[in-house]
Ligand binder design. Structure first.
Ligand SMILES: [Zn+2]
Length: 243
């Protein structure tokens, strides 16, 4: 099982060393004993970056969990099994995902509080993100109201804490409708909790910034209905990029 080095709270680390546990030349994938590369999941795209090693280097262009293993798809040279590799993240891309993912938590919480709607799905990109809410029927003015409340939280520059917590305690603390806890297998315990100030707590395995001030200004750029009781909003972030 590959150790995920960014968990529970090392989201800002950009480089690491690891040992190659397996190489599949047929599809150009590599399994490492430890990694900083985020595997696609939870609406967050995989990290990209580079692996360098004695016999060459390759670009990591995809990272996915496959049959319980985290597989890095590498273009260029492939390392040999047993080799030591140095990994570096494409930081601009990763940091953008951290900002957008954290902003998704903020917007999801605002909409749950104000409209009683849960997050049914989300997709993060490095320049925008969208969230589907249900049950929801927004009117024309709602996107502006959501945006204002989200920006008010961002302006408070609240801290974003990530830590492992006993599952039972986190289940008790997570508001109804804030998380699909029942989709996380029962044997996952502890769970990684992401806590925003005194405003929100949610189990999540993604990558996030440390302070809301890093998000800058949030603007909702689109809203659409997706079926009878589902609303989709899309937002962008503008502003400070400190890391
Ligand atoms: Zn998250």
């Amino acid at each position: 099982m590959t150790e995920q080095l960014y968990l529970p709270d090392d989201d800002y680390r950009r480089e690491f060393d690891a040992r190659v546990e397996a190489v599949d030349e047929s599809n150009g994938t590599v399994v490492l004993d430890r990694t900083l590369f985020y595997k696609e999941g939870g609406g967050q795209p995989p990290d990209h970056g580079r692996l360098s090693f004695e016999s060459g280097e390759g670009r990591v262009v995809d990272v996915r969990k496959d049959h319980g293993e985290i597989r890095h798809t590498v273009e260029g040279n492939l390392p040999k099994e047993g080799a030591t590799v140095h990994g570096e993240l494409d930081w601009e891309r990763r940091y953008a995902h951290m900002r957008y993912h954290t902003a998704q938590h903020v917007v999801s919480k605002v909409v749950l509080d104000e409209y009683g709607a849960s997050t049914a799905g989300n997709q993060i990109h490095d320049d925008r993100a969208r969230i589907d809410f249900t049950p929801a029927a927004f009117d024309e003015d709602d996107p502006r109201a959501i945006e204002e409340r989200a920006n008010a939280l961002i302006e408070r520059d609240l801290s974003v804490e990530k830590e492992n917590r006993p599952r039972a305690a986190l289940e008790a603390e997570t508001p109804d409708g804030r998380s699909n806890l029942d989709l996380i297998p029962d044997d996952v315990d502890p769970l990684r909790a992401v806590t925003i100030g005194d405003v929100d707590v949610c189990p999540c395995g993604g990558t996030h910034v440390d302070r809301l001030g890093e998000l800058g200004e949030l603007t909702i750029v689109d809203r659409s209905s997706k079926g009878a009781d589902t609303e989709r909003i899309e937002f962008v972030l503008d502003g400070p990029e400190q890391a």
